[in-house]
Design a protein around this ligand. Sequence first.
Ligand code: PLP
Length: 410
Amino acid sequence: MVADNSMDFLIASRRQRPGNDPIFALNAEAKQRIAAGEDVINATIGALLDDEGNLATMPAVVEALRQVDSRVGAGYAPIPGRPDFRQAVIDDLLAGSSLHDVSVCVSTPGGSGALRMAMDDFLEPGQTVLTGSFYWGPYQTLADEAGRELTTFNMFAEDGRFDTAALDASIGELLAAQGRCMVILNTPCHNPTGYSLDADEWKATSDVLRKHAKTGPLIVLLDVAYAYYAPDALEAAVKALAELADDLLVLFAWSASKSFAQYGLRVGALVASVPDAAQRDQINNAITFSCRGLWSNCNAGGQAGITRVLTDPVLSQQVKTERQALVDMLDRRVKAWNELAGPKERIVYPRYQGGFFTTVFCDDPKAKAAALREMGIYVIPTRGALRVAMCAVNEAAVARIVEGLDTVLA
Ligand SMILES: Cc1ncc(COP(=O)(O)O)c(C=O)c1O
């Protein structure tokens, strides 16, 4: 039978889906111009490139992956992930914390998988997840796909610091409206602003979270995709959350993508820290069930290789050294940015001490980004700002980006 052309095969909510991710589209355009010989700066994509523009990797990680037994890589991993991988992630994230011994973990395809699963298991269909007003765009996509909504609280107060009053109000509203609340916080090195909450901000945030925790189930999902790019800030976050774990649910979206420069490996984990043993078992069962229902199981060879680099004393030391060289390279760009952009009155951006991105506040970001493209500079327009991927440009390019911004923001 021939299908009637007027017949809609897609369900209504899926018919207007955009065909192309905007970041990948701008990246493709910049690459095309570079290939055609133009002197273009491509500050779009969220992968760490070396100063020559090649994807930065950690040789010890690459070697460990190469050494994975072919039968291990070819076989299925257990549904919740390899036990040694799950333990290694908990050790990596929580060694020395009171959360260490009360946490369960499942393997997910990247941090993205962990975020998606958390929305499925800790919010009812149609409920709303909360995050800051600047956020990684796929949070919205993941929520859409999961049949959840996303709303935001104002992220920065007048003084440029984390707006805990806005967080307070939004959690209160969501708890009142839907009886539960899940908030995603992305620190350290927030995407897209590079912002890391400091100890004082965590104190104020903890007060807000504690205040609401008694009203209804409150779930704090810490997205630690950039954990290794500001380890002190991660420690401050874990410390603050450990003190709250009796009152609310602490989740972590852990990822090997940036931490081990293995974006395509799709290795990640959802970690849930639950002091109550009965609840912990129930949550462990639910997230294991979700693994089966969402993706069955994850990359077996990837988990085996990442487990080795996390646990083998020689390899893990080698990886730490290699990673530090990459963090130092990125930090040089951050320093150049702060030195050059800091004094420019027109370039206003949140505290930026490290991480893949910084974000410059502006009106009409689409027009400003288009004007920059005319000058051969590619950045990502977001709501009320331009995201500059410092991970993707060398130190020398920073001056040209700052000059370009200063011109278009005039
Ligand atoms: C804020 C944030 N969270 C999570 C991720 C997840 O990445 P992956 O799914 O590759 O682990 C990314 C990747 O860009 C990110 O920027």
